[in-house]
Write a protein that binds this ligand. Structure first.
Ligand code: FDA
Length: 305
């Protein structure tokens, strides 16, 4: 219930203005976001890479409604990739993009052409792109554009959300040779007609999808902080005889850092998804919805500055 309320607030311009203009403690945002500028993204990436972790950088922004905003997002990624390459961080740093930030909502062709440019820049820099998945109304369009991108950039990663009823079938479709697929639970508020509603059903779906991807010929990217699912995934790595370069674990910056270290120390590739930029509102609200206990911390900070 609280999760749905927070996710509804994530879509509200009024609440967004309220939260953004409130004296939100910088610590709350900093817990999940690297900072506002490319230099912050580079600094945090360097720090994580020096600790033996891989990184996926996300320039914050979504639901772009104007061509100017979409162009600005494209430009930011091109600058980011040039800076990462110059800093010698590609690989193990890649980038994650949201098609809605590139204009998918009002011009799919534009979003596709910008995504292509970003994939080309990533290839030139020696790294890859993963296309984030957003709410279910965009799933078909995102997967279609992803398949187009993969024709020229076969390393482009997909994201599948275990809470969607369709995802087992999508996993089968996307488990072919070399296919990079990030499997996550899903972060949006979705209706029962398309998504499992209970935690147990989502977790069961996650395991079914994980089994398909691990048995397949692709490169599964296991994106969860859930201790039970991590343990099941470690078991599947052994069961399917997966070599360390044929799969990876992924977690979000600021969440379970000790577990991130433990998995890396155990010999798994551990990639940290690091967002940066000033448009942190939607991202932060989804993180609060995942763990309503964080809300207390957040609300307290509203009153302490
Ligand atoms: P769950 O929410 O059950 O959390 C398990 C445990 O992890 C909690 O008990 C807690 O200890 C810890 N935890 C989880 N969230 C926390 C938080 N916010 N603060 C503090 N502790 C927390 N979703 C999506 O729809 N599209 C996408 O493209 C992506 N991309 C993506 C990339 C990566 C690398 C990750 C790790 C996740 C995503 N997600 C995503 C988000 C994902 O769908 C999901 O919402 C979150 O990962 C939370 O789900 P868990 O699997 O961690 O389980």
């Amino acid at each position: 219930m609280l999760r749905s309320v927070i996710l509804a607030a994530a879509r509200s311009d009024r609440v967004e203005r309220l939260v953004e203009t409130a004296p939100v403690s910088r610590d709350v945002v900093r817990r999940y976001v690297a900072g506002a500028a490319v230099d912050d993204a580079l600094r945090i990436s360097r720090d994580l890479v020096d600790q033996g972790l891989a990184v996926s950088l996300d320039y914050l922004g979504e639901d772009t409604t104007s061509p100017e905003q979409a162009e600005q997002t494209r430009q930011s990624y091109l600058e980011l990739l040039a800076a990462l390459s110059a800093a010698g961080l590609c690989p193990p740093t890649e980038v994650s993009i949201k098609l809605s930030a590139l204009g998918q909502m009002f011009d799919e062709k534009l979003a596709y052409s910008y995504a292509r440019e970003i994939c080309q820049a990533a290839t030139n820099a020696g790294t890859t792109v993963t296309v984030d998945m957003e709410d279910h109304t965009t799933t078909d369009s995102t997967l279609e554009l992803l398949m187009q991108l993969r024709k020229d950039f076969p390393d482009t990663g997909a994201v599948l959300q275990a809470y969607l009823r369709r995802t087992e079938a999508d996993c089968r479709e996307l488990s072919g040779p070399g296919s990079r697929v990030r499997l996550c639970k899903g972060a949006y508020s979705e209706p029962e007609s398309v998504a499992f509603q209970s935690r147990l059903d989502v977790d069961r779906s996650y395991v079914r999808c994980l089994n398909i991807l691990m048995a397949g010929e692709g490169h599964p990217m296991i994106a969860t902080h859930d201790p039970r699912l991590v343990s099941i995934a470690e078991d599947r790595v052994r069961w399917f005889d997966r070599t360390p370069d044929s799969y990876e674990f992924q977690m979000l910056y600021g969440i379970r850092p000790h577990e991130q270290r433990r998995l890396a120390d155990a010999g798994h590739t551990m990639r940290i998804y690091v967002p940066y930029g000033v448009q942190w509102y939607g991202y932060l609200m989804r993180r609060l919805a995942e763990r309503p206990a964080n809300l207390t911390f957040f609300l307290r900070s509203l009153g302490t500055r």
